[in-house]
Design a binder for this molecule. Sequence first.
Ligand code: NAD
Length: 353
Amino acid sequence: MTITITGGAGFVGSTLAVALRREFEDVRIVVLDNLRRRGSELALERLRTEGIAFIHGDIRAKEDFSALPQCEFLIDCSAEPSVLAGYTTDPDYVINTNLIGSCNTLAYARRAGCRVLFLSTSRVYPIARLNEADYEELPTRFQWTASEPASGISAAGVTEDCPLDGHRSIYGATKLASELLLTEYQHAFGVDHVIDRCGVLAGPWQMGKIDQGIVAFWTLNHTLQRPLRYIGFGGKGKQVRDILHVDDLCRLVIEQIRHFDCFSGGTFNVGGGPDRTVSLCELTELCRNATSRTTEIAATEVDRPADVRIYISDNARIAALTSWRPRLSVEQTVDDVSKWMTDNLDRLRPVLT
Ligand SMILES: NC(=O)c1ccc[n+]([C@@H]2O[C@H](COP(=O)([O-])OP(=O)(O)OC[C@H]3O[C@@H](n4cnc5c(N)ncnc54)[C@H](O)[C@@H]3O)[C@@H](O)[C@H]2O)c1
């Protein structure tokens, strides 16, 4: 069997490639990436050492898929993953990669006759719906108190039944549109797929830029003692996210590959869940402990576009199909990120400039 990972030099893609290489000894792993993400070039040595083939290619270019070998399984990890993309930059890149790129990826999957695992995002859920859910303000965090089942939002998190009307960011829209296309490709052409809507993912090999994720960004700026800022929702750092360690995601993907038929055609929220949540000011505390450093933190009360007060994944649907559960705590995740950054600071510096 051959497994292709698009975006396989990125944070999630390269970590998955290595995990799959170690899990499935007889399987060939091939990754395709255009190295747009600064720092993904650092993953190339890691991939080579593990015997993973790398193809320099761009999913926006249909012809680049001709360099790929025949494969039985494709994992789509290539994306512009920033929710701010298109607000602070021209929207062309996020639309061309996340949407046109998905069209090309699906056309390839149809030709190859392969199964597809699509890494989607919690950002498909509409912003107003998340921000208008009932909540209370605790000393260090906001907490949902919503209990109206039709909203799909409760203290246990967001379910896949959360209604999808409303705006969700350009990034979220490209991901949702790709999900819809996947469903059409399954019905029209029999392309089997699974969609994992991930909440915040974190772990080693995140480069510490804000567009790649809050945990690594916050940890790096503590490590380097660079100033930070609580932005929006009153500027107190009380906004909350659930955090899933990338190693926990890898365990799930391995199970989804092994027992694909159990998951086929499904859309699943996949995140740290209610037991692995953290607010920004609580994250500050964890970063102080992990790095033994403090940094100056300013405040901006005004909200940013596309920001949400609380997001927590309700993993009930996926948990009903598998014994998989997240294992690593938020504290362990921050410790792992901090250790990796400290060990790799010299290699990271050019990436950060
Ligand atoms: N990191 C998170 O918290 C998170 C949360 C939810 C969903 N996701 C999804 O997981 C996937 C992986 O995200 P990540 O965090 O590893 O991001 P990343 O930026 O580290 O990795 C994305 C990779 O895709 C590559 N890429 C970008 N444009 C490309 C193109 N046009 N052609 C080929 N390669 C291209 C980049 O060079 C990079 O190596 C994405 O689909 C993202 O939407 C991530």
